[in-house]
Design a protein around this ligand. Structure first.
Ligand SMILES: [Fe+2]
Length: 512
């Protein structure tokens, strides 16, 4: 095997005859001899690298072979060095071996002995070299495996964190959010028992708001005073708790009994140091311990959930504030004009009555209640000189008035209303024959709730006194609706209005 690779072998000797003999022998062995005659030259060649073996005489013109050996060991410790000498001393032999020479041969020697020594030295060198390479490779592999495992863990963690973020962001209301948090905790850790507890309004105890692996009656039954038990202490201290079999020894037995589980996690949901609740996980699938990776994930989950709860509360109050502001704007606007005072309120009441009479689902009635009050909110954008004008409007002025549904729609945009509610604001001046505004929609193209508000709006206009005329009364309104039924207004909506008015009149008669 040694002959399979052609190695470069450096011969260091100032005796030409010796060099020649050695060169021939080395060539016969299938290797390449390189000859130098001094120690300095030898050191230079060794420094260049690429040698498989150095064979040096002990006595050289500029330095001795021991020095060549020493410098060679310093530069390339893996290259074997054979020392030759005609005048050996025990001291030199000992020194040479100490420095790591692989052989110390005394001249004259038999060629076959030198052949054997060279072959063995080369073989040893090859093995050492291979060993080094293998070790380096194994080392690299171990490093790669470690890095890979770390990378995989990180990817898994990031994927989970990402999922936490997405699912939590998507949860629109708190009830959905609580269920989602529990589901995520189960999915991420394999916990068989998870409970999300919130602090009661009086701040004294924790009750279960969503859970997995706990029966409904048990969920309702549980009420833990803040400061007591595992969840109660976590709520009070705001310190997340991760108990494993090892750490369980230091935890009081009473705490463990609560969970019947050797390993559990209990983390607080808190915003700026204020506790909102606690998320508890126990009974991991297979009876294993929760890992620190899982603990980390659950801590992030709780932090995200707490933030979302705060956001929801903020959004809700902002939303309510904005709605309140718009409503008061509408009533201020209507109060400026004695003729339209409370107009939107009455339109809303009549539209809700029509909706109920038509058997619409309660969600639609709620939409009417919410949006009809704002149907004319766009009039905020119309100048008072036009809005409060007592005489007839010019056609140019009327064009300005006609912009109010579109302005209204853009005003309520930040409220994120559902489509049916936006439709009421944008389309309450459409007419079924297509002569309305702003889009000239016809018949069923006009959203139903907008068709209802259109009738309620017209009814209020006719039954209240306006600057240019006195109230025309219920009878006039009904006859007018008969004329415009199916032309301006949806016949089904008109019929429903008739029925409700008749029922009201009957009620009044009954009272009299
Ligand atoms: Fe209007």
């Amino acid at each position: 095997m040694a002959g399979a690779v052609r190695e470069q072998i450096l011969i260091v000797d100032d005796h030409a005859g010796v060099c020649e003999t050695l060169s021939m022998m080395i060539e016969q062995l299938g290797h390449q001899p390189l000859v130098v005659h001094s120690g300095e030259e030898a050191v230079e060649m060794i420094a260049l690298g690429g040698l498989g073996l150095v064979v040096t005489d002990l006595r050289l013109p500029d330095m001795d072979g021991i020095e060549v050996l020493r410098r060679s060991r310093e530069m390339s410790p893996e290259i074997p060095v054979i020392l030759l000498t005609g005048y050996p001393t025990v001291d030199q032999a000992v020194q040479a071996m100490r420095l790591g020479a692989c052989e110390f041969l005394t001249k004259p020697f038999k060629m076959e002995i030198l052949e054997r020594v060279i072959t063995r030295a080369l073989e040893e060198h090859r093995l050492v070299h291979e060993n080094h390479q293998l070790a380096a490779k194994a080392n690299r592999l171990a490093v790669i495996q470690r890095l890979n495992a770390k990378l995989n863990r990180r990817v898994r963690e990031l994927t989970s964190l990402n999922r936490i973020s997405e699912e939590i962001t998507e949860a629109e209301d708190n009830a959905t959010l609580f269920d989602r948090v529990v589901e995520l905790a189960v999915d991420l850790t394999g916990a068989q028992r998870v409970s999300l507890m919130l602090v009661t309004p009086d701040g004294r105890s924790l009750t279960v708001r969503s859970a997995h692996g706990l029966s409904e009656p048990l969920q309702r039954q549980i009420e833990i005073p803040v400061g007591e038990g595992v969840a109660g202490s976590v709520a009070q201290s705001l310190a997340p708790l991760h108990v494993t079999r090892g750490s369980a020894l230091s935890t009081s037995p009473s705490r463990l009994q609560i969970y019947h589980s050797p390993s559990f996690i209990s983390v607080p949901l808190a915003i700026s140091g204020e506790v909102l609740g606690v998320l508890n996980l126990s009974e991991k699938h297979g009876g294993e311990d929760f890992t620190s990776e899982e603990f980390h994930l659950i801590t992030s989950l709780a932090a995200k959930a707490a933030m979302k709860i705060e956001n929801n509360a903020l959004y809700e109050s902002l939303h309510l504030n904005l709605v309140d502001t718009l409503r008061s704007l509408v009533s201020t606007l209507e109060a400026k004009d004695p003729y339209t005072k409370e107009h939107s309120k009455r339109v809303t009441q009549v539209a809700m009555m029509i909706g109920r009479e038509m058997g619409l689902p309660e969600t639609d009635i709620e939409s009417i209640e919410f949006a009809a009050i704002l149907h004319d909110v766009g009039k905020i954008g119309v100048r008072d000189s036009i809005l409060l004008k007592t005489g007839r409007l010019t056609s140019a002025e009327f064009e300005v008035i006609k912009t109010h549904p579109v302005i209204g729609e853009s005003i309520v945009e930040p409220l994120n209303l559902i489509q049916a509610e936006r439709d009421i604001i944008r389309s309450h001046h459409e007419r079924v024959d297509g002569t309305g505004y702003p889009d000239g929609l016809r018949g069923d193209e006009i959203p139903l709730l907008a068709r209802i508000v259109a009738v309620a709006d017209a009814h209020d206009a006719m039954t209240t006194t306006r600057p240019y005329r006195r109230a025309m009364g219920q009878a006039y309104a009904l006859s007018e609706f008969k004329r415009t039924r199916g032309v301006h207004y949806d016949p089904d909506v008109i019929d429903a209005l008739h029925r409700t008015l008749r029922a009201e009149a009957d009620d009044r008669l009954a009272v009299m």
